[in-house]
Design a protein around this ligand. Structure first.
Ligand code: ADP
Ligand code: ZN
Ligand code: ZN
Length: 754
């Protein structure tokens, strides 16, 4: 068969490249870029894909197959989205199909999406006074019909001459204690009629449209500085200390954009944060504000999609608050993207592909909309700050807290010393206990941060040192007390708690280290009358679990909240005065080139939760190494010092932002074969990159879910355009994939793997 026009189609598969199909005459009018179509694939299969290009020149391929159908499912993907997908696939070295899979609500949910309908009852026509009286009279022998009609007239406040108002059927039935059959009878007689109208699935509570708050002098200066810099730069970094009112400044910038009719995307790293900020936004911007994150059902996601692409000023979303995946929503006219807590590691998606960084991708998306980007943080990432230093980004500083509250005072508690002098009470130093005691005495609240969940990170035989490990991964099993089991945090495998050692059969199995669950147990013993709660992955599985815990803390029903990194970020609690960091050592000792930067940010961030209103807060950092340089810098709130130290180190050792990193992850179920194939790839890459190739080597966790893992890291010079290097990497991988037996390898490429 011959065609006069052709379409390139993005298919939801991991194969790079586009797929070309012929356009049958019958479908010609309906096929446009962004439309969903079905096409044959493989021997018998079918795929649904997105049209990304149309042309008339026949491609140099034989046996072109036809597009077989147009799935007229709105919303289609718009042109900027197609461009954005393409950029992500090129930059992060994945297929556009993988981006498509991450970007679109599942096709099934689109097909099944039906607006939920609510039935309303209305008067069939405008009856006059006497007509109504006759009607009701005639119903004397049918009291239930009469009751229902009276109920309707009352609820709709109908009086002859007034407009006919609708009453929800459910309301009418409950008010009149009637049954749907009676409504049918009255409808049958031509007195009432029924209409079904779509209702939104997303609750529309809280739309007050309060005026935005007046900015303080320092905030006004910062706000004006941002706007002035936007005249020349597309990206401005707002470096504002914790509780300086960065959110208030965003709110002012948002208002200006909405007035211009533009959309705004407000990105946050963590779902937990959306519950507080959405309230602050809705207070001002009402129902044009939407939230988006992975906890939504597919049907809810489809609804958000529709409202983001909806131009209608009443029904459309103009302001979206969301986590990284909200970059893929079908925005029509973004004017501003806010990336709050821009330094946060959760903006990077590690698995599956696309392995994108939401901050960097946001900057690209903003450029495609000719929009501006604002990056906000109290402790910016080294790469963003470096981009300020080299002139790419503008910088606005905000150095004082709102209300001129002082930054929290920081106390370093030496755990080594306290253990030696036998002053520790379980895992708490005297300094921390004293601070907590004082706070509780004044009815103030406390947050304790520990970056491990579960009871203890591992258990151990006290006689021979045997430690139970996962059967599928090279990691120790974590003990979860409430479950009474050992759990693998990498694959979810669980095992019963062994009563005896698996090696020497001794009965002396003991727990080691501590996670949030153990801290909760111990705190309840130390402060028996305090209300204690925990916020970590284990206590926040339900959709609304975050907001429940946050609300309870706001309403002071919790005195002490224990949590992992999810409590460390932008939460804002009025009565919280003491923050304890239980173990700074395991932050600082994590083997990664960023661990010092990350530790600084985390400590600064979690400290920033303390003393945000009225009075100065107090932070106790427990460590066995009080002389550590990073801890000294946190003590002085010395961000510049941290940046200088890190920048020097990274320049010296060729790490980002002074080089680009590409990581290749190779997995195989057989260890020897993995060694064999990874050496082939490593050797091939060294031909082009030479000493810039590190590895192949086993990473810290060398086996996950029965797959052995090796990594190869490639350092690419900043100055050279990365396209050629990336091409070579992909070509080397393709060569490896053609080797005999290589099909049982799993290879993943991660660009900027940090
Ligand atoms: P940041 O985002 O920098 O941590 P926030 O915007 O959360 O700071 O501000 C900290 C607290 O101070 C919040 O409770 C906020 O409501 C209050 N606040 C900040 N600026 C103002 C202002 N101009 N008027 C009233 N309250 C403010
Ligand atoms: Zn033993
Ligand atoms: Zn495992």
């Amino acid at each position: 068969m011959t065609y006069t026009s052709f379409a390139d189609i993005i298919l939801p598969i991991a194969v790079r490249g586009r797929f070309t199909y012929g356009i049958p005459e019958t479908l010609r009018d309906r096929i446009k870029p962004g439309v969903r179509v079905t096409v044959p694939f493989g021997v018998k299969g079918h795929h649904s894909g997105i049209v990304c290009g149309i042309y008339e020149e026949p491609p140099p391929i034989k046996n072109i197959r036809p597009v077989t159908g147009v799935t007229s499912l709105v919303p289609a993907v718009n042109e900027i989205q197609l461009k954005f997908w393409h950029w992500i696939s090129e930059y992060y070295l994945c297929s556009e199909g993988e981006v498509m899979k991450a970007a679109l609500p599942s096709e099934k949910s689109l097909r099944e999406y039906r607006p939920r309908l609510e039935t309303y009852i209305e008067l069939a026509r405008k009856f006059s006074d006497s007509e109504l009286n006759d009607l009701l009279d005639s119903m004397r022998k049918a009291p239930r019909q009469q009751e229902l009609l009276l109920s309707y007239l009352r609820l709709s406040e109908y009086s002859p001459g007034s407009e006919i108002r609708r009453v929800a059927k459910s309301l009418l039935l409950s008010d009149s204690h009637s049954s749907p059959a009676i409504i049918e009878v009255l409808a049958g007689k031509g007195f009432l009629s029924q209409v079904a109208l779509p209702v939104t699935r997303l609750s529309a509570e809280g739309s007050f449209n309060e005026p935005v708050r007046k900015l303080s002098d320092a905030q006004s200066v910062a706000h004006d500085s941002i706007k002035k810099q936007f005249l020349e730069k597309d990206i401005v970094l707002l470096h504002g200390v914790t509780s300086s009112g960065k959110t208030e400044i965003y709110i002012h910038l948002i208002e200006e954009q909405l007035k211009k009719g533009n959309q705004v995307l407000y990105l946050l790293p963590e779902i937990a944060l959306t519950t507080q900020i959405i309230r602050r936004l809705k207070e001002h911007f009402g129902t044009v504000t939407g939230v988006y994150h992975s906890r939504f059902s597919d049907a809810e996601k489809v609804e958000i999609w529709k409202r983001v692409s909806d131009n209608d000023p009443l029904n459309g979303y103009r302001l979206i608050l969301g986590v990284r995946s909200s970059l893929f929503l079908p925005f029509i006219n973004l004017g501003l993207i806010i990336v709050d807590e821009e330094h946060d590691g959760s903006y990077k998606q590690h698995d599956p592909a696309p392995r994108y960084h939401a901050r960097d991708s946001a900057i690209m998306l903003a450029a495609m909309h000719s929009a501006k980007t604002i990056l906000g943080s109290a402790s910016p990432s080294v790469e963003s700050y470096n981009n300020v230093k080299n002139g790419k980004y503008g910088l606005t500083n905000l150095k004082e807290r709102y209300g001129l509250i002082r930054l929290p005072s920081i106390v370093i508690a030496n755990t080594r010393e306290a253990y030696r002098r036998k002053l520790m009470v379980s895992h708490f130093t005297p300094e921390l206990l004293q601070a907590m005691d004082e706070a509780l005495g004044k009815d103030e609240q406390i947050i304790l941060f520990q970056n491990r969940r579960g009871f203890s990170p591992y258990i151990e035989c006290s006689d021979c040192g045997w430690i139970p490990v996962c059967v599928q991964c090279a990691v120790n099993l974590t003990y979860h007390k409430a479950m009474g089991r050992l759990v693998c945090h990498y694959c979810g495998y669980t095992a019963a708690l062994p009563s005896h050692c698996g090696n020497c059969h001794s009965s002396g199995m003991i727990t080691r280290g501590f996670g949030t669950e153990k801290i909760e147990d111990e705190i309840k013993i130390v402060f028996p009358s305090a209300q204690v709660a925990r916020m970590d992955q284990d206590t926040t599985r339900g959709k609304n679990s975050f907001s429940r815990i946050i609300k309870a803390f706001e309403e002071r029903r919790i005195d002490i909240l224990i949590g992992t990194q999810m409590i460390s970020k932008g939460l804002d609690f009025e009565n919280l005065t003491v923050v304890g960091i239980l173990n700074a050592d395991n932050l600082l000792n994590y083997p990664d080139f960023r661990s010092h930067e990350r530790s600084y940010q985390l400590m600064e961030q979690v400290s920033g939760r303390a003393g945000r209103r009225q009075k100065q807060g107090k932070v106790v950092i427990q460590t066995s190494d009080p002389a550590n340089r990073i801890i000294r810098l946190v003590l002085q709130h010395n961000y510049e010092g941290m940046f200088r130290m890190q920048a020097e180190e990274r320049k010296a050792f060729n790490y980002p932002p002074f080089t680009r990193l590409v990581k290749i992850n190779i997995r195989h179920r057989d260890r020897d074969l993995l060694n064999h194939y990874s050496e082939i790839l490593g050797g091939d890459l060294k031909k082009f990159f030479g000493y810039r190739v590190l590895g192949p080597e086993f990473p810290l966790i060398s086996r996950v879910q029965t797959w052995y893992i090796k990594t190869i890291m490639i350092k690419i010079e900043r100055e050279k355009p990365p396209a050629k290097a990336k091409q070579f990497i992909m070509a080397a991988i393709e060569r490896l994939e053609k080797e005999k037996g290589a099909s049982s390898l799993r290879i993943a490429v991660d660009v900027d793997p940090y």
